[in-house]
Ligand binder design. Structure first.
Ligand code: PMT
Length: 403
């Protein structure tokens, strides 16, 4: 996959630099040619000798080195690569990148490049969570830098939380994803994809409603990932605070019945993904005016069942999308309940997630999902909702292609 690809690896100064040695080997296993820049701080953790022995090349370290500049100037160094990988990307290196500093070879090469950059941050959890670092991450993402990790876990400094550099296989996967041919990276070109997202609101009276905690983050991320994969995407969403994804047709609805009508109008589609948290019930008699407090105590609400949008589409006959994907939001027996939903609703795949209190699944930025289908159960490691979305879209594109 990486045959003859030229990777310029920038090794920053962090304990995770030892993983970069392994990264060099694994990239070479895949046919890549790796060149390395070792920062001064990086050289405190791994030696130029070990890096050079692995790359089989000179290790570039100094900006003002006459020999280095004669052999390969810093501009050529970055231009000669297909991809720049910063691993570990320290807080300092990221701050320099975000603000355009060029006071050493690494920052200069990163500023001088017109190639894509992948950063694998590694630092103490407080440094990672510090507003300054988070601001820099936002700037770099805006500049088009791709991130892999950091992961959460125990750290060399004894603390626990996000800040561990992504593992080598994760960095390799991110590199491969960035290096694929655009024709391959837009596997859903020519396909229509329908996604539902967010909560529904079921009115009690003109001022009150019943709803749930869905923020729309997961569903919107899926719509965005499908559009990036080349699909013509319609997103039917309940009321949410997240921004509309770019390049997607967005239809805004309130109730489950509105959502069903909008979904129906958006068909046909090759794939339909139901990530919305739809209310199972609605109030039987919506009051025409605001319910008033009175001597008789609170009103007794009675409920009727809402239409099941997923089950309706899965049994649509001629208008059934080739792939119908439901979600299952569970607080216990996640996989068993998802298996039951798969059968009951007649869909091809259920993405099950735990929404129990404390999981942060509703409204949070990360998710742990289990893919439940007739072929079995696949559990994915906890990752950001954007990563879940991209991986799910890639999975569905493969299924659609019959791979
Ligand atoms: O929005 P976030 O804050 O990012 O949170 C994401 C999420 C937790 C909402 C999402 O990952 C998720 O799990 N969505 C499904 C929520 C849900 O309603 O699950 P359920 O197990 O109650 O429903 C099963 C499936 O049937 C879902 O695909 C749902 O969209 C669908 N359904 C349910 C009821 C109904 N009347 N019509 C439906 O189509």
């Amino acid at each position: 996959m990486l045959t003859a690809k030229r990777i310029l690896l920038v090794i920053g100064g962090g304990i995770a630099a030892y993983k970069s040695l392994e990264l060099i080997r694994r990239l070479q296993d895949r046919g890549a040619k790796v060149r390395a820049i070792l920062t001064r701080a990086g050289a405190e953790f791994v030696t130029p000798l070990s890096v050079g022995s692995l790359t089989g090349d000179k290790v570039f370290q100094e900006l003002f080195s006459l020999t280095d500049e004669n052999e390969m100037g810093h501009i050529e160094l970055s231009r000669d690569a297909d991809l720049l990988v910063v691993a570990p990307a320290t807080a300092d290196l990221m701050a320099k990148m975000a603000h355009g500093h060029a006071n050493d070879l690494a920052s200069t090469a990163l500023l001088a490049t017109d190639k894509r950059i992948l950063a694998a941050p590694a630092m103490n959890v407080r440094m990672w969570l510090h507003p300054a670092t988070q601001r820099n991450v936002g700037i770099l993402k805006g500049d088009g830098v791709t991130f892999v990790g950091p992961n959460a876990g125990g750290m060399a400094c004894g603390e626990f939380g996000p800040g561990r550099m992504a593992e080598v296989p994760e960095i390799i996967a991110a590199i491969e994803a960035m290096m694929v041919d655009p024709a391959v990276s837009r596997p859903l070109a020519g396909h229509r994809v329908l996604v539902t997202s967010g909560p529904t609101r079921e009115a009690i009276d003109p001022v009150r409603y019943i709803s749930n905690h869905s923020s729309g983050k997961q569903g919107h991320a899926i719509a965005k990932a499908a559009a990036e994969a080349g699909a013509d995407v319609t997103l039917v969403t309940g009321p949410v605070g997240v921004a509309d994804p770019v390049g997607v047709t967005v239809v805004k609805v309130e109730s489950a019945r509105d959502m069903l009508a909008a979904v129906d109008a958006a068909l046909p589609a090759s794939i339909a993904i139901f990530a919305a948290a739809v209310a199972d019930w609605r109030v039987a008699d919506i009051a025409g005016g605001k319910l008033k407090k009175g001597p008789d105590g609170p009103p007794a609400l009675s409920f009727v069942e809402n239409p099941d949008i997923l089950a309706t589409v899965a049994r649509h006959g001629t208008k059934r999308p080739r792939l119908v994907v439901g979600f299952a939001a569970e607080t216990e027996n996640v996989v068993d309940n998802a298996r039951a939903k798969l059968a009951r609703k007649g869909c091809d795949l259920i993405v099950a997630n735990d929404v129990a209190t404390g999981t942060g699944t509703f409204g949070g930025d990360a998710n742990t999902v289990h893919l439940v289908s007739s072929e079995g159960v696949e559990t994915w490691a906890r990752q950001s909702k954007d990563e879940v979305a991209r991986a799910l879209v890639a999975h569905l594109a493969r299924r659609l292609a019959g791979a």
